[in-house]
Design a binder for this molecule. Structure first.
Ligand code: ADP
Length: 549
């Protein structure tokens, strides 16, 4: 880093470099550096740890300008914490990578990484070289992941209904620890319906761009719903217009005229000032205007439109005529929204009334006003559009914090469902997967020659940290719970026994449907191991101070 450096010349013209901030630079080296990293990681993890699992606690985060966030999402907590330690910042990035690639498991990955670092610390104190530890951890991670592959179950082997049911259960598990957990059935259904309506089963792909998440204050979480189509922040132009327009039986659907021309008569083309001095003249002008309106409405009717979507406003007169002609209309629709509607309904945006024809109309199954209790607030939903794979998850909540957390929670479960569509193999939650890996790694430890033995044992113990934390957060004795689960997993040759966090009187995560996507769990292991290696390799921290001039 040459930022504090200046190039100067001596009396002979030879260049030399002056580095000004040396005095202010702090350095930590060797073991001292590593220990301080691990302590930093531990302090971050201790904050995160208590929010792991369905009995995890929420955190309240207050930003410098007083905005409040309540969440138990690891990535969100970490991203909003003001950390000044570099290693702690690495943990933040760790949970962010998990979030970007998988979308869930962001708390778990940090807990695991810090447990690995704790183990590494013990091994360092035993005198093992950090790079040897990192290498041993890498080998152990390979064993763990390979074992996970064997322990995974494929949920797509049954029929479609069973697959959907499984997706639902997995979505529900991911919501278990969130603010929305009271309504988790509803949110899980929403997540599954959203993903299954936009997914491409053949390519095993889900395009998240087609899923919109919209939040609106007011009402309760229970009022949230999935809208198969587009939601507009608009209402019909006249309160007496039908609140719902639905396709009639046998028809192609509701036809929408999407217009960028205003619903107003062209000004009479007189070069001179318009002088109205008699009642007759006034009536003539009025008739002219009315005729023009009628003509416009005639064009719309002839094309076969049921609803008019208009970029511009129109006056009371036009509004009334539209009402009389049973043409519900929406005015002042923004350009972007207009385009969205056109794409979703496969309609064309029409600039002049005389250009309207049936083939240019958009088609949808239903267009209706969403009402919000007693408030005057209205929104419009356009559903079952002809193109549409577009869906909107429309979330309600009594305050902004709840709506925001609901958005995050829904996003997590959308990710879980998407991951399972991409790869339908699952492992069991509640720490069951970690325990089975831990057993496999510790069995393998005995076969290792040399120092890897220690690294393997350390790795296995780090894995135990997940079920232990889950137990602790649920008010159970961590060590007792872990040892019982381990011995039962070995005895029953089962990899689905995990921590009974919610007091269901069973440890069978299979029975409780507590599952995690295999790819998410694998990613956690790999990312945590990678991060640990990275930190173990750093043995020189140079903290640059403020430059002195
Ligand atoms: P993350 O941000 O890592 O997803 P969560 O707070 O969502 O963290 O907790 C996820 C952990 O809780 C996973 O290990 C999952 O298996 C476990 N879990 C979720 N629901 C249950 C449950 N009902 N019983 C036991 N464990 C559960």
């Amino acid at each position: 880093d040459m930022s504090g450096a200046i190039v100067a010349q001596d009396e002979m013209g030879r260049p030399f470099i002056i580095v000004k901030d040396q005095g202010n630079k702090k350095r930590q080296q060797g073991l001292e550096a590593k220990k301080s990293h691990i302590l930093a990681a531990r302090s971050v993890a201790s904050i995160i740890k208590t929010s792991l699992g369905p009995r995890g606690l929420d955190k309240i985060l207050i930003s410098p300008d007083g905005e409040i966030t309540i969440t138990n999402d690891g990535a969100t907590i970490l991203s909003q914490m003001e950390l000044d330690n570099e290693i702690a910042k690495l943990l933040v990035q760790l949970s962010k990578s998990q979030d970007d690639e998988i979308g869930d498991g962001t708390t778990g990955v940090v807990v695991l990484a810090s447990a690995l670092l704790d183990q590494a610390m013990e091994l360092i104190e035993k005198g093992i070289h950090p790079i040897k530890i990192a290498n041993g951890f890498d080998e152990a991670a390979k064993v763990a992941v390979a074992h996970l592959d064997k322990a995974a179950d494929d949920i797509a082997c049954g029929d479609r209904a069973a697959f959907h049911d499984y997706l639902f259960q997995a979505a529900k598990t991911s919501l278990g620890s969130k603010i929305v957990s009271k309504d988790h059935d509803k949110f899980a259904h929403m997540a599954v319906d959203a993903v299954t309506s936009v997914m491409d089963l053949e390519r095993k792909d889900v395009d998240f761009d087609l899923i919109k998440i919209e939040g609106r204050l007011g009402g309760s979480l229970q009022d949230s719903k999935l809208i198969r189509g587009v939601v507009l922040d608009k209402d019909f132009s006249h309160p007496q217009m039908a609140k719902t327009v639905a396709a009639k039986d046998g028809s192609e659907g509701v036809k929408l005229a999407i217009l960028t021309c205003p619903f107003e008569p062209p000004k009479p083309k007189t070069k001179h000032k318009l002088d109205i001095s008699t009642v007759e003249e006034y009536q003539k002008l009025q008739t002219y205007e009315q005729d023009k309106f009628k003509e416009m409405i005639q064009f719309v009717k002839q094309a076969g439109a049921d609803v008019v979507i208009c970029q511009w406003g129109f006056d009371d007169e036009a509004n009334h005529l539209l009402l009389q002609n049973e043409l519900p209309a929406v005015r002042w629709v923004g350009g972007q929204e207009l385009e969205l509607i056109a794409i979703a309904t496969k309609g064309r945006i029409v600039p002049r009334f005389q250009d309207l024809s049936r083939d240019k109309l958009g088609t949808c199954g239903k267009i209706y006003e969403l009402e919000f209790g007693t408030t005057k607030d209205r929104m419009l939903a356009i559903e079952d559009c002809s193109n549409s794979k577009t869906v909107t998850c429309f979330l309600r909540g009594s305050n902004k914090m709840i709506v925001d957390e609901a958005k995050r929670a829904l996003h997590d479960s959308l990710c879980v469902v998407r991951n399972l569509v991409k790869d339908s193999r699952i492992v069991y939650g509640g720490g069951a997967a970690e325990i089975t890996m831990s057993i496999a790694v510790s069995e393998e430890a005995d076969k290792q020659q040399g120092i890897d033995q220690y690294a393997f044992r350390g790795f296995s113990q780090a894995l135990d940290c997940i079920p232990m934390t889950l137990a602790e957060n649920s008010g159970l004795d961590p060590i007792e719970t872990l040892s019982l689960l381990k011995s039962n997993q070995i005895k029953d040759k089962s990899s689905s026994l995990g921590v009974d966090c919610l007091g269901n009187n069973t440890n069978s995560m299979k029975e409780l449907f507590v599952v995690d996507p295999l790819i998410g769990k694998k990613q956690q292991i790999l990312l945590a191991t990678q991060l640990c290696r990275m930190i173990l390799k750093i043995d020189n921290v140079i903290i640059s101070g403020k430059d002195e001039y």
